[in-house]
Design a protein around this ligand. Structure first.
Ligand SMILES: C[S@@+](CC[C@H](N)C(=O)[O-])C[C@H]1O[C@@H](n2cnc3c(N)ncnc32)[C@H](O)[C@@H]1O
Length: 210
């Protein structure tokens, strides 16, 4: 193993009940090399140290494996869309882990990120689809939609739910304190002889057809 950071990933995953085959380890190793090389060129993310990449990108993406287990979400033969995927997170680590069990769609509006994802697909010989567009423009529907660090929770909710098939799951991976984000959407109304009431208002706008 060339990268000691991949050893760190394996250990962290093992400790959390996520185990890899030799092939999967090789793919993560290649992914790390590709990310390190092209992040300098395409500015994929601000995370630049290898150890941080394996922890904050690879392992963090794989935390979804645990969520699927805990929530009994069956991913077998399901279409999974990762919108706002950037350098492929969380979608690509999920594809490396689940291989042919899932049909993956990576969505990002920034062309250089899509170019990277296409190069990565070739280098890792993985089968996934890259859609270089704003998620709002996509008509296709998916069984599971995931999104990490894409934007404001409510915006992601609005966009994400339009990508869902019936009985689908939308999973938003949050890093920031969610209360801070909820605040601007919250309306508080005072009443006489009654405690003030808080509301969250989400407005649905008609989508403009091209
Ligand atoms: C902060 S990056 C996060 C990337 C990745 N999900 C991660 O966790 O490392 C946000 C990405 O979302 C993309 N993005 C934001 N809004 C989008 C939208 N409406 N449709 C498609 N991509 C979007 C941006 O182009 C950017 O690559």
């Amino acid at each position: 193993m060339e990268n000691k950071e991949i050893e760190i990933l394996i250990k962290l995953c093992n400790q959390n009940g996520i185990n890899f085959s030799e092939k999967q380890i090789e793919l993560f190793d290649k992914y790390l090399s590709m990310y390190m090389k092209w992040n300098k060129v395409y500015n994929l993310s601000s995370i630049r140290k290898k150890e941080e990449v394996v922890k904050k990108h690879f392992f963090d993406s794989l935390t979804l494996v645990k969520l699927f287990e805990i929530k009994n979400i069956d991913i077998t033969n399901k279409t999974i869309a990762d919108f706002g995927t950037g350098g492929g997170f969380p979608g690509v680590p999920l594809k490396i882990y689940y291989q042919d069990k899932i049909e993956l769609y990576l969505i990002d509006s920034i062309q250089k990120k899509c170019i990277f994802l296409e190069m990565l697909r070739k280098e890792l010989n993985l089968k996934y689809n890259v859609i270089c567009d704003r998620a709002e423009n996509i008509k296709e529907k998916f069984n599971i939609v995931v999104s990490r660090a894409t934007g404001e929770t409510f915006e992601v909710l609005k966009i994400g739910k339009n990508l869902l098939k019936n009985k689908g799951y939308l999973i938003i991976m949050k890093g920031q304190k969610i209360e801070e984000e909820v605040k601007p959407f919250t309306i508080e109304i005072e009443f006489k002889n009654y405690p003030s009431r808080k509301f969250i208002v989400i407005e649905k706008h008609e989508r403009k057809t091209k």
